[in-house]
Write a protein that binds this ligand. Structure first.
Ligand code: PFF
Length: 437
């Protein structure tokens, strides 16, 4: 749906890097190992891989009800952005803490209390997390204000290859850590006894989150693709890259965690409390290696967070730019202002605003819950029904096969899945999360 007046990506490599940049994010390196740790290791990964298979969509709108579905994406993407930048700010801070050696000096074998108080004091203090969040938001702002080609595409083409190189180096180090064997078997031997309905639902939610689905990001990026881009092939490449990165992150994290004797189920604090010590424990016999691993790991997280946050930023920016007919730069300013305001509330909800609760959850937890467990699957159900039942099959097939120049079979299968499988599965996941079934 690109017209000559609209922005567009310049190359196929740029398209894949930008879209993979959206998908590969904190979800792969921070969230995926936590979820895997808490839901039975490889068994969770199996369900996750089954869940990522059937989703690829492109926005079309006719009836006002259906065009409003796009708005769920704009709203959801914007809300995710507001708490995503808070965690991204923590990651930025931890990159500096590893660079200046703080993380290595705090290491006491078998005692994580130093890291615990460092993290606890940091996130609950009012100013420091805000400062890093603002820094991160400004980086996103300038990337977005620079434009689709000069900002998003250019940065993705640099950041994503850098991210892959760092990943490979870290996996290399990790395979030599003393606990590597145990970590690998946790990751690759499924423990089906830990797999509950809850973990299946978590795997579906994680697949959605990790692939940036239903929040308008890929839809907005796809609108910058040229007509000749093979959507099915691109969707497959992005899913493969995203899953590989998540598994490689597991390969980095679990050997270190096992060699330090930490429970793989330690939850969201894993990256900030357990891992800094785990890296020291696993590689401490050669301090330079422990230092390099720690710096590279947080740099990896910063890169991953940046490309994903940029894609989240683009959704409301493009929306404002196109709906209000104001310049992209000013649209980005509006997004930055709103993001800073809501992000500030989220950040402070870890400390001074800790007593502010919405449905019994802190602002941060509520936003995460609301976006990933309610808005994403709900938006998914509507998108699947829209593409499977409302849009004429011919239009869908024409679009996905680039005007019938590509093979029809994959598009036919996707259409069938969107019609018969996706709505039911997603509705079940949604009702399951709400505890209705
Ligand atoms: N996929 C990103 C990650 O794995 O961190 C997070 C994300 C980006 C979720 C964009 C949703 C989204 F629309």
């Amino acid at each position: 749906m690109s017209s000559p007046s609209r922005a567009s990506f310049g190359s196929k490599f740029g398209i894949i890097m930008a879209a993979a940049g959206s998908a590969v994010g904190l979800g792969n390196i921070w969230r995926f190992p936590i979820e895997t740790g808490q839901n039975g290791g490889a068994a969770f990964i199996l369900i996750y891989i089954i869940a990522i298979a059937p989703h690829a969509y492109k926005k079309l709108s006719s009836h006002p009800f259906w065009s409003n579905i796009g708005f769920i994406g704009v709203l959801g993407g914007s809300l995710i952005l507001c708490y995503y930048v808070v965690v991204a700010g923590w990651v930025l801070k931890y990159m500096f803490l590893s660079l200046d050696g703080t993380l290595s000096t705090l290491f006491v074998p078998g005692d994580a209390s130093g890291y615990e108080s460092l993290f606890g004091n940091f996130v609950s203090s009012p100013w420091s997390p805000l400062l890093f969040m603002v820094l991160f938001v400004l980086m996103c702002h300038f990337a977005i204000a620079a434009g689709v080609r000069k900002g998003i595409e250019k940065l993705s083409k640099i950041f994503m290859p850098a991210l892959f190189v760092i990943l490979i180096v870290l996996v290399g180090f990790s395979l030599f850590a003393p606990g590597a064997q145990e970590g690998l078997s946790f990751l690759f031997h499924p423990d089906f006894s830990k797999l509950t309905t809850g973990s299946v639902l978590s795997a579906i939610a994680q697949a959605f989150y990790s692939l940036s689905l239903c929040m308008g990001c890929l839809c907005t990026y796809a609108s910058y693709f040229g007509k000749d881009v093979n959507i099915v092939k691109s969707a497959v490449s992005i899913s493969v890259i995203d899953t590989m990165v998540a598994i490689m992150a597991g390969l980095i994290i679990f050997p270190a965690v096992f060699s330090a004797g930490i429970s793989p189920q330690s939850g969201p604090s894993l990256a900030f409390i357990a891992l800094p010590g785990a890296f020291q424990q696993a590689f401490g016999s050669v301090p330079a290696v422990a230092y390099i691993v720690s710096v590279l790991f947080y740099a990896l997280l910063v890169l991953a967070a940046l490309t994903s946050a940029i894609s989240l930023y683009e959704v409301p920016t493009a929306y404002i730019h196109e709906t209000w007919h104001i310049r992209r730069r000013y649209a980005a300013l509006v997004v930055t202002a709103v993001c800073l305001m809501l992000g500030t509330v989220c950040s402070l909800s870890m400390g001074v605003l800790g007593d502010l609760h919405i449905f019994g959850k802190s602002v941060f937890d509520f936003l995460d819950y609301f976006c990933t467990t309610i808005m994403m699957p709900l938006s998914g159900v509507f998108i699947a029904i829209f593409l499977g039942w409302v849009v004429k099959r011919d239009i869908f097939m024409d679009d996905v096969t680039n005007g019938r120049t590509l093979r029809a079979a994959p598009a036919g299968v996707i259409h069938w899945l969107l019609r018969w499988v996706a709505p039911i599965l997603l509705l079940a996941a949604f009702l399951g999360v709400l505890g209705v079934i």
